[in-house]
Design a protein around this ligand. Structure first.
Ligand code: SF4
Length: 344
């Protein structure tokens, strides 16, 4: 089983309650089942015969997780409870026990695999569907490219495999990855700039895990803007910058912080600590589609921690998080790319 690779997490997390306060879904549902300890205990039950994927409540709990990877990131031993959560989903799928809503969503993503390119040159921008849904974020990225004096080939289209992987459809995710790598090769892409942290993480971490080699260098938009020495003439001023699930907890990348430094952003502390996730399930990629009621509760939890919800300028790493915090939290949120474009 996929979970066998996560022996340490199964055996240790099931007796540990140290990171329960970082379980975003547990924090809004007030339920122990939504913490790493109980999930690991339930997964251990698969071995002892006291649990099985026939238990729909168990499987539902597995697909309710926010997958922020905060617990792994802050665990003193870095036990990979997040990897375990992804692995058990893959086992659920292989056992043919995925809930109907998950099956339907995965079929939709599998069908969406395919892209087109517009423009010339070997520098491309992957304009994923989530980022493309936000006109202001798209305009900001275009301004940053113009400031870098680069006219990228724009790649649009469907899934590059991240959502499929997160849902537990590993073979389908790998197939999407192989197709996207072949597409980039055929387009002669040498540098690919990516706005969406989820897509960036797929390309940087999932593809090597699948053994899929890309023909190009992959950069975040923040990394690209910094490397291109884009000149920022205005200081960003005071902001509440929320750490991104993928950028901080998955990749351990400092690109967002470095860009905020370049923008002379004065970062104010948000909430009661800087450890938990405020990304509303960004790590779970499609939590807003499977459980909009949980995403709403997560956004309201964040809004309750804002000093001045109407005025605070909150900066996030993804359009996913922005959308949730604006829609359900009624907060004043921009992406780091939008902040950067406003400082040109
Ligand atoms: S990830 Fe670390 S802190 Fe969290 S439950 Fe597991 S062992 Fe404990």
């Amino acid at each position: 089983m996929h979970i066998d690779k996560f022996e340490d997490a199964i055996m240790n997390c099931r007796f540990c309650f140290m990171c329960r306060h970082l379980s975003a879904v547990g924090n809004v549902r007030f339920t122990e089942v939504d913490t790493p300890r109980i999930r690991a205990a339930m997964i251990y039950g698969l071995r002892t015969g006291t649990n099985s994927f026939d238990d729909e409540d168990f499987v539902e709990a597995l697909y309710r997780q926010d997958l922020s990877a905060c617990c792994r990131h802050h665990c003193v031993n870095h036990f990979d409870e997040n990897g375990l959560a992804l692995a058990v989903r893959a086992d659920v799928v292989e056992a043919g026990k995925a809930p109907d809503a998950v099956k339907k969503l995965a079929a939709k993503f599998e069908k969406s695999v395919g892209w087109k390119a517009d423009g010339k040159g070997d520098v491309a921008w992957f304009l994923d569907e989530t980022t493309a849904s936000d006109k202001s974020a798209v305009a900001a990225a275009k301004k940053l490219f113009a400031a870098a004096k680069v006219s990228p080939k724009v790649i649009t289209g469907g899934s590059v495999g991240k959502a499929l992987k997160v849902l537990g459809y590993i073979a389908e995710a790998k197939s999407a990855a192989e197709k996207f790598a072949a597409f980039l090769e055929a387009e002669g892409v040498k540098t690919l700039v990516v706005s969406n942290p989820a897509a960036l993480n797929a390309l940087k971490q999932d593809y090597p895990e699948f053994g899929v080699k890309l023909p190009c260098e992959v950069k975040s938009m923040a990394g690209f803007a910094l490397q291109s020495k884009v000149k920022f003439t205005k200081a960003a001023g005071e902001v509440y910058a929320l750490a991104d699930d993928f950028i901080r907890n998955y990749q351990g990348c400092a690109c967002m912080d470095k860009l905020l430094d370049a923008l002379k952003a004065v970062r104010k502390p948000f909430g009661t600590n800087d450890e938990e996730t405020y990304c509303c399930g960004e790590g779970a990629v499609v939590l807003d589609r499977l459980h909009p009621e949980i995403v709403k509760a997560l956004a309201e939890y964040v809004a309750a921690r804002a000093d001045d919800p109407k005025k605070d300028r909150i900066v996030v790493g993804s359009v996913y998080t922005k959308r949730a915090l604006v829609k359900y939290g009624k907060l004043n949120v921009i992406t780091v790319e939008e902040l950067a474009a406003s400082c040109l």
